[in-house]
Design a protein around this ligand. Structure first.
Ligand code: HEM
Length: 328
């Protein structure tokens, strides 16, 4: 015979177990969906697109900067807008990571888009979702592919500079390092090559390619390409480190597949670009994208969706920030 005391504690235990199960089920059920704001903010995506398009018409490079911002968000504790928190919000601001400092751009453009959407549906649309939409809208404005953006991410209350420095790839990375880096985020070699294809737009600072253009090794860099860049980027760490060069020398302002043609001619700007075509396992993907631009476009869209799926905060996790750079 079970004693009344034991019976009561067994019932209590069962009730608690059911609660835990239900709580877990509600977190599991929450997932990203392209219709997430259909009822709560039906005009939000339009307002964001308008704001982003205006910013890009003021400065075309902004499209590149916004695509990169989404990448640097998703690779550090998932797509949770942690990258946007500034030093006033947290001492561990990712903006100060070596891969981001004096390099990431577009924060004020995201703030402006957020301000527009706050006017029509306050406290509803997350900054992490704005980054995902801004990346897609940017691609479209400069002639790149479109894709259905999944929504419903929530914003973090923390940032992690240590994780940013360990998980964001470096311009000096080898192919094996890049593959490992992307694999850690659930992205395969095709995703790595397709996503690196966003270097078809935008610019890099001399300090990121100086080592490569003075290497004097014609097996890894085209000699005339290296010479031309040496005019922009002197072989002196104290001079011209912030001078800019286009990541795709042929069509720097248009999203197309010329970046891959550059690589085949050993005219990749960064070491991390050229290693994608240097006798390794990704060579065949690069060649494929030179031959078939629409395959590149569709793989790029798919990979951006996959990247946008990295560890989102869902359901009751995280917050909706009112201002993207600070905590509520
Ligand atoms: C594969 C590893 C990658 C490395 C090592 C890398 C590194 C870099 C570096 C060093 C710059 C120049 C920054 C500066 O000079 O201030 C840059 C620019 C850029 N990156 Fe990457 N990147 C990688 C992958 C990606 C991915 C996956 C995306 C997007 C999906 C991306 C998008 C961009 C864009 C668009 C720019 C130009 C930004 C601008 O003009 O403001 N990159 N990247």
């Amino acid at each position: 015979m079970t004693s009344p005391m034991k019976f009561r504690s067994e019932v209590m235990f069962m009730i608690m177990a059911i609660f835990v199960l239900l709580a877990n089920m509600s977190t599991c059920r929450a997932k990203l969906s392209s219709k997430y704001y259909k009822r709560s903010c039906p005009n939000g995506a339009n307002a964001i697109r308008k704001s982003i398009t205006q910013a890009i018409s003021r400065e075309r490079r902004m499209a590149a900067s916004l695509v990169r911002l989404h990448f640097h968000d998703c690779f550090v504790q998932g797509c949770d807008a942690s990258v946007l928190l500034d030093e006033d919000a947290t001492p561990t601001s990712e903006r100060n990571a070596k891969q981001n400092k004096d390099s990431l751009r577009g924060f004020e453009v995201v703030d402006a888009a957020k301000a527009e959407v706050e006017k029509i549906c306050p406290g509803v649309v997350s900054c992490a979702d704005i980054l995902a939409l801004a990346a897609r809208d940017s691609s479209v404005v400069v002639g790149g592919p479109s894709w259905k953006v999944k929504l419903g991410r929530r914003d973090s209350t923390t940032a992690n500079i240590t994780l940013a420095e360990s998980d964001l790839p470096l311009f000096s990375s080898t192919l094996d390092e890049l593959i490992a880096n992307f694999d850690k985020k659930g992205l395969n070699q095709r995703d790595l090559v397709a996503l690196s294809g966003s270097h078809t737009i935008g610019k890099a600072q001399c300090l990121t390619f100086r080592g490569r253009i003075y290497s004097n090794d014609s097996s890894i860099i085209d000699a005339s390409f290296a010479r031309a860049l040496q005019r922009t980027c002197p072989n002196n760490n104290d001079v011209g480190s912030t001078n800019l060069a286009s990541l795709d020398l042929v069509t720097p302002n248009t999203f197309d597949n010329f970046y891959f043609h550059d690589l085949i001619q050993k005219k990749g700007l960064l070491t991390s670009d050229q290693v994608l075509f240097n006798g390794g396992s990704t060579d065949r993907i690069v060649v494929k994208y030179t031959q078939n631009p629409s395959k590149f476009n569709s793989d790029f869209g798919k990979a951006m969706i996959k990247m946008g799926d990295i560890e989102p905060l869902l359901g009751k996790n995280g917050i909706i920030r009112r201002v993207c750079s600070s905590l509520n």
